[in-house]
Structure formats: structure tokens, C-alpha cells
Design a protein around this ligand. Structure first.
Ligand code: CP
Length: 313
């Protein structure tokens, strides 16, 4: 694997999941692979899980890690060519990406959607800027439209907890006071398309995701109906795609409760707002897989870094 930008870079999801589970049972089996090599993690947005799990994965592989909160500590970057840079932007991506490439062997980027301009978000200017101008492999730690490390961790979690060959998995929208990006839901959907499962998306009217991503998926606006006989319920908020980046309404009755969940397992990528997105009783029950999902972020990242290091040997 040269870069990891989307779940499709894995080629075979089932093999990747198996490899992730193997790494989990023997974390230091490739601890020489990254020796004398460095990964640079650049954060344009906040993180807990992505930052620490990727750092832990790198350490397990013998990689050195450099972390920079680029959004608050770096120079403001210009991404357009031919610009007279006499305003707020101090450095161009052309130089910044090449400079980082001298200090590191892999660069990983987190840069969320701005949720103002759909076209600009879908152009993935930060991720693609590094992809174009860096000379080292690039890893997506959540971009405007995708969070493939999360999706891989979720696939590992599903595999570890499924009790039937073809489970029913429901992705349910949930209320949230702030406008959130579509990246987690998008990558979860792309991952589910590669699974042998009954997959249903449920969201209120007005919250349909990008139709290019949901193409071929069953979308149900009645949450109760969608949740019937579910084995796994993945809950996530996202802002409107049609009225781009807007919170149309709070729909508090879409919050996940124990009653709605029934006997299903509960999944969420975290961080989660208790008693807004999901009630305490669900998170505190043994049906919640959120801590397992967070654990699997390490093995997902380790698998990706292992494959990139092997490719560059
Ligand atoms: N799920 C996830 O990506 O968590 P962080 O935003 O804390 O990294």
C-alpha cells in the first residue's frame, strides 16, 4: 500500500480485518519494521483517539513519531497556485509538503470539512495538497469526506462481535447541537458495502448523505422500523448534505435509548455527547462496543502503517 486515503485502498477488507486481529494478538511482531524511520502526524483539528492510537501503532512498529498541531501551531497554508500571498497565508503547500517529506518517511493528516462550501470540502484541498506535493506516503487521519482508519477499526469490531453469519447493521443519525461533518458516516457506509450484511441507514428527512456514497443502500426515515431485529446499531450525527453543513432541527426523539436498542450492540466512533446522542444506560451497558472500537483504532492504524512500511522496503 502506497497511501491510505480511503477504505478502498485496502483492496481486500476481510484480509485486512484478519491481519488487524493478528496484530492485536501479537502487537510487537513487526517491531523492527519502522526502525530508524519517522512518521509525522499533522493535526489541523482536535483529536484524542486518532492521535494516541496512531502514535501507539507507530511505536509498536518501531517508528519514531513527530506530532504537530498544525491548525494552531503551524503557518497558515496557501493551497492555490499563482496567488499573490500578501494576506494571511504565510506558507505555500508546495514548500510545506516537501519540507515535511525531508523530516519524515510517512505523513498522516487530519483536516476536517469546513462545512461551508461543499465543492471545496469535496476537493479535499489539504489531503490532496499533501498528496500532490509530498514525496512520502500519506495517511488520512480524517479528511473532509472520509475517516478510513475509523472504518477499518469498526470492521474489526464487527468481526469480533458478530454472532450470526450475516448480521443486520443499522447506521442511525442522532441529534447534536453542532454541525458535524459526514466523514465517519461516509467511510462506515463505504466499509459496509464491502461486508456480507443486511445494511440499513436511518435518518430524518433532510439528512440524506451524499447520494453517490449511499447509492445502492436502503435508507429508511422511520427509525423504529429500521431498528427492527438489528444486531448492531452504529449511531452518529451528521449535518445536512442537501442544505450543506446546516443543523436543520435537533430531533431529540432520535437519541438512542436502551428501549430502542433492544438486544443489539451499540457502536459509536467517539467522542459522544451523553444524553444527547445516546442515553447513559446504553453507554454504561455491556451492549456498548465503543471502548472496543477505540481499542481497535490502534490495530487498524498498525495494519495500515505496517503495509506502507513493507511497500517502501
Ligand atoms: N473517533 C475519532 O476519530 O476520535 P478522535 O476525534 O478523538 O481522534
Amino acid at each position: 500500500m502506497k497511501h491510505y486515503l480511503s477504505i478502498s485502498d485496502l483492496k481486500n477488507l476481510q484480509e485486512a480485518v484478519k491481519e488487524g486481529i493478528e496484530l492485536k494478538s501479537d502487537p510487537f511482531s513487526f517491531d523492527q519494521l519502522g526502525k530508524r524511520k519517522t512518521i509525522c502526524l499533522l493535526f489541523f483539528n482536535n483529536s484524542l483517539r486518532t492521535r494516541l492510537s496512531t502514535q501507539k501503532a507507530a511505536s509498536n512498529l518501531g517508528l519514531n513519531t513527530m506530532v504537530m498541531n498544525f491548525g494552531s501551531e503551524g503557518w497558515q497554508l496557501e493551497y492555490n497556485d499563482g496567488v499573490v500571498m500578501d494576506a494571511g497565508k504565510s506558507e505555500h503547500i508546495r514548500e510545506a509538503a516537501k519540507v515535511v517529506s525531508q523530516y519524515a518517511d510517512i505523513v498522516a493528516i487530519r483536516a476536517f470539512a469546513g462545512l461551508i462550501d461543499r465543492e471545496q470540502d469535496e476537493a479535499e484541498v489539504v489531503l490532496n495538497g499533501f498528496l500532490e506535493h509530498a514525496t512520502i506516503p500519506v495517511v488520512n487521519m480524517e479528511s473532509s469526506v472520509a475517516h478510513p482508519l475509523q472504518a477499518l477499526a469498526d470492521a474489526i469490531t464487527l468481526e469480533e462481535h458478530k454472532t450470526v453469519e450475516r448480521p443486520k447493521v443499522v447506521l442511525s443519525w442522532a441529534p447534536h447541537p453542532k454541525a458535524l461533518p459526514h466523514a465517519v458516516a461516509n467511510s462506515f457506509i463505504n466499509m459496509m458495502k464491502l461486508q456480507d450484511a443486511e445494511f440499513v441507514i436511518t435518518n430524518p428527512v433532510g439528512y440524506d448523505l451524499n447520494p453517490k456514497i449511499t447509492e445502492g443502500c436502503r435508507i429508511v426515515n422511520d427509525q423504529e422500523k429500521a431498528l427492527e431485529n438489528a444486531n448492531f446499531v452504529y449511531v452518529k450525527n451528521w449535518s445536512s448534505y442537501r442544505d450543506y453543513g446546516r443543523v436543520l432541527h435537533q430531533n431529540r426523539d432520535w437519541m438512542m435509548t436502551s428501549e430502542k436498542l433492544g438486544g443489539a450492540n451499540f457502536m459509536h466512533c467517539l467522542p459522544v455527547r451523553r444524553n444527547v446522542v445516546v442515553e447513559d444506560a446504553v453507554l454504561d451497558s455491556n451492549q456498548s462496543l465503543v471502548i472496543d472500537q477505540a481499542d481497535n483504532r490502534t490495530w487498524a492504524a498498525q495494519l495500515v502503517l505496517k503495509r506502507i512500511l513493507k511497500e517502501s522496503q
